[in-house]
Design a protein around this ligand. Structure first.
Ligand SMILES: Nc1ncnc2c1ncn2[C@@H]1O[C@H](COP(=O)(O)OP(=O)(O)OP(=O)(O)O)[C@@H](O)[C@H]1O
Ligand SMILES: Cc1cn([C@H]2C[C@H](O)[C@@H](COP(=O)(O)O)O2)c(=O)[nH]c1=O
Length: 207
């Protein structure tokens, strides 16, 4: 029995965590056994690496070191959490995955082929069955995130709008290159409206 692997992607404050919870509820209401997880994190080792990645000065890690830390966290997460859950038939809903590395570390000059090679080694290349890319203008996501965090930004959110524009552009490039896996979801409007769009983008996978 193999479950379905879904990832939610997008920039800061677009509503991934909100939609992950709402989507999990909607799937459970259909009788689907769901595991909600996140990156970086999702296993004991990966959560420990998350603390290293999220705290401290913006320049704490070089882009190369940062990329390796994300890949190491993902390797542990996939091995200890994601594959076992999929193996028992559960649906895994993951808040960010390898496309975030391609977008965020890619925006710092890390080569996409190198990121995918690391992913091939660390996670044996596991990709989601469907990636839902929540799309919102950077300024709108920033307003949402500031409202949530009361102005306290982590190492990534603290970067400027040029960086976040590059992240959004890279996400769009991935979606254009892999339209079957990656669906762009308009993240404007109410949470209810956005959830309806997500469910529609999963119609072919639902039982
Ligand atoms: N559709 C929506 N309309 C208005 N506000 C929203 C909507 N969805 C989420 N929010 C609010 O925006 C803020 C950011 O949402 P959320 O934490 O889900 O985003 P995120 O994409 O997970 O952010 P990050 O990547 O920064 O962790 C929260 O305060 C949330 O309540
Ligand atoms: C998986 C992953 C994440 N990031 C960045 C993106 C975000 O700014 C943070 C995670 O914060 P969140 O509130 O949990 O979304 O980490 C990254 O740069 N590269 C990655 O692979």
């Amino acid at each position: 029995m193999t479950g379905i692997f879904l990832s939610l992607e997008g920039g800061e404050g677009v509503g991934k965590s909100t939609q992950l919870r709402r989507l999990a509820g909607a799937l459970e209401a259909r009788g689907i056994d769901v595991l909600v997880t996140r990156e970086p994190g999702g296993s004991d080792g990966a959560e420990a690496i998350r603390s290293l990645l999220m705290q401290g000065d913006v320049a704490r890690w070089s882009p190369h070191a940062e990329t390796l830390l994300f890949a190491a966290a993902r390797a542990d997460h996939v091995e200890r959490t994601i594959r076992p859950a999929l193996g028992t038939g559960r649906w895994v809903l993951c808040d960010r995955y390898v496309d975030s590395t391609r977008a965020y570390q890619g925006a710092q000059g890390i080569d996409d082929a190198a990121i995918l090679a690391l992913h091939g080694f660390g996670a044996k290349g596991l990709l989601p069955d469907r990636t839902l890319l929540l799309d919102l203008p950077v300024a709108d996501g920033t307003v949402r995130a500031i409202g949530r965090d009361a102005g306290v930004a982590d190492r990534f959110a603290a970067r400027g709008s040029n960086f976040h524009d590059a992240v959004r552009t890279t996400f769009h490039g991935i979606a254009a290159a892999e339209p079957e896996r990656v669906r762009v979801i308009d993240a404007t409007g109410t949470p209810e409206t956005v959830t309806d769009r997500l469910i529609a983008a999963l119609a072919d996978l639902l039982p």
